[in-house]
Design a protein. Structure first.
Length: 345
C-alpha cells in the first residue's frame, strides 16, 4: 500500500472513530436519557437492595433504557455498593445517565411528609405512618407494643398516644420505626418547651400526658375551639372536687364503639378503667390524638364554677353550661326540646 493511501485511510478511520465517539458521548452520556413522558419521577430504593435490583427497578419504571451502559458507568463512577444506598429519590426528565448515577450516588433524598391529625388509637398511628415510610404498619405497631422500649422512653401502651403531637413532619422514606420515634420524642419535647406549656401544666397539677389525656376528651366532646377552654374548666373542677368526669367519649372509647350516634347504658355501664362514668379521675391514657387547640385549652382553661355542660341541640354544635344539677337538668330539657323542633327525636 502506498504511503499516501495509508495516511488517507488512517485519517479517515480517525475521523470515523471521532464521530462515533462524539455520537456515543452525546447519545448515551450527555444526551437526555430520562424520558419526559413518565407518570412519576420518584424512585424508592428499598433497604438492602442489590445493584441488580436497583437497575431492574429503574428499568421497570421506564427510567433506565440501557442497562448495560448503566452498569458500566455505575462501576466506573463507584456507585455500585453492597447493599446499595436506600431511600426515595426524585429524578428529572431529560437527565442523562451520568446525571442519574450522580444523583442516586449522592444520596440526596426527596423527603416525605407524614401527616398526623385525627388518629383514634396508636395502631391507627402506625397505619398512617406506614403510608409514608418504608416500614410496614406491623413493624411500627410491634415497636409501639414493646414494653421494654416503652419503659426506656418513659411511656406505657396506654400513655403512648400522648407522645404524638398532630402536625406534618418531613422525614426520609427509609426512616426506621425507631428513628421515627426518636423524631417524635424530639418534637414532643420541643412542643412542651414552647409557650411555657410545661409551666402551665405544673400550675394545674398535671403531667404532660395527663394534660394530653384530658385534652383528648375535650377533643371528642366538641369541635368548637371557642368553648374548649370553658369545657376544660368543667373537667378540671370535677377533678379538683373528686367528682366522676362522666365524659361520654370515654365510655365510647371503652367499648370501642366509635361509630355510635348515641351514648346509652351499653356504654356508660361498661366496666373499664377508661369509663369515667364508673371510675373517678382521668382514664389511663388518651382516648384519641388530641389537637393542639385542645391541649392549649386545657393549659389555659377558664377559671369558673361550672360543673356540667350539655349540648344545645339547636344545630350550632355549642353547649350550655351549668353550676348546679338542677340547672343542668333544665339545659338537658332544652336540648331534648330543640331536637324535637328539628325532627330529630
Amino acid at each position: 500500500m502506498k504511503k499516501g493511501n495509508f495516511k488517507r485511510i488512517a485519517v479517515l478511520l480517525l475521523v470515523v472513530f471521532t464521530i462515533l465517539a462524539w455520537w456515543t458521548y452525546h447519545r448515551y452520556l450527555t444526551g437526555a436519557r430520562v424520558p419526559a413522558d413518565l407518570k412519576e419521577y420518584v424512585v424508592q430504593i428499598p433497604t438492602g437492595s442489590s445493584f441488580q435490583e436497583v437497575a431492574t427497578l429503574l428499568e421497570e419504571k421506564g427510567i433506565l433504557k440501557e442497562p448495560k451502559l448503566f452498569e458500566v458507568l455505575a462501576e466506573r463512577m463507584n456507585y455500585i455498593k453492597s447493599p446499595m444506598r436506600a431511600g426515595q429519590y426524585e429524578v428529572k426528565p431529560g437527565w442523562n445517565t451520568v446525571q442519574l448515577i450522580r444523583h442516586l450516588r449522592g444520596g440526596k433524598q426527596a423527603p416525605v411528609k407524614v401527616v398526623l391529625t385525627t388518629e383514634r388509637m396508636t395502631e391507627n398511628v402506625a397505619a398512617k405512618v406506614a403510608r409514608f415510610i418504608e416500614a410496614d404498619s406491623l413493624e411500627i405497631w410491634q415497636l409501639f407494643q414493646n414494653k421494654d422500649y416503652l419503659q426506656e422512653i418513659g411511656y406505657t401502651e396506654e400513655t403512648l398516644m400522648s407522645l404524638f403531637i398532630p402536625n406534618t413532619y418531613e422525614v426520609f422514606w427509609n426512616t426506621s420505626p425507631k428513628s421515627f420515634m426518636d423524631r417524635m420524642i424530639k418534637e414532643h419535647e420541643r412542643f412542651w418547651k414552647q409557650k411555657s406549656r410545661l409551666a402551665k401544666a405544673k400550675a394545674i397539677g398535671l403531667e404532660p400526658w395527663e394534660v394530653y389525656t384530658l385534652a383528648s376528651i375535650v377533643e371528642k366532646e366538641t369541635y368548637k375551639n371557642q368553648e374548649k377552654p370553658k369545657m376544660a374548666g368543667v373537667y378540671l373542677n370535677r377533678l379538683e372536687q373528686d367528682i366522676l368526669l362522666q365524659a361520654d367519649p370515654t365510655s365510647v372509647f371503652a367499648r370501642r364503639d366509635f361509630n355510635t350516634r348515641r351514648v346509652t347504658n351499653y356504654h356508660t355501664k361498661f366496666d373499664s378503667p377508661y369509663n369515667t362514668y364508673k371510675y373517678k379521675g382521668l382514664p389511663p391514657g388518651p382516648i384519641a390524638m388530641s389537637s393542639i387547640n385542645s391541649i392549649d385549652a386545657v393549659l389555659e382553661a377558664e377559671d369558673h364554677e361550672y360543673l356540667f355542660f350539655c349540648a344545645k341541640g339547636d344545630g350550632s354544635g355549642l353547649h350550655n353550661f351549668a353550676k348546679t344539677l338542677s340547672a343542668h337538668n333544665q339545659n338537658a330539657a332544652t336540648y331534648r326540646a330543640n331536637l324535637r323542633k328539628r325532627g330529630l327525636r
